[in-house]
Design a binder for this molecule. Sequence first.
Ligand SMILES: [Zn+2]
Length: 157
Amino acid sequence: MDKNAATISEDLDQAHSALTAAGVAGTWVGADDVEALGNRKGAYILALRLAAIARVAVPGRDTISFKPAWYFYAGSARGSGGIRARLKRHFRHRKKIHWHIDRLTVNASLMAGFAVTNGRECDLVGHLLASQRFTIAAKGFGNTDCTVCHSHLLRRM
Ligand SMILES: [Zn+2]
């Protein structure tokens, strides 16, 4: 295994461990196996790897610089199409920018999703933070509709 692959597996494993410790079962899926999720609804973690610095202009805020690293975004998909449809959209590099997270996924070199049926995105943020292995990547990023979390975007400490 090369160094890059080892880093990939370590970051995703840490998130998996944090979720397992919190009693959340699941596994990482990529674009190749996302169909297996069927029509499950709930919440998910999207892991995305930035290979280079991404400078993201968020309307009404200063531009944020994201250094090369893995980032972990918690979102929900309770509508038709469920988590599978949402992850497939995240995995696409070409799309109309709609959410904060779209500005990162279009620059991501690798992505994976972790589906949690009937889960709540804020609980997933809480589980990752509680492991003390993750920290907030950018305050106010991706949680416009949330009054509980400081952010829905985390990274490894
Ligand atoms: Zn939240």
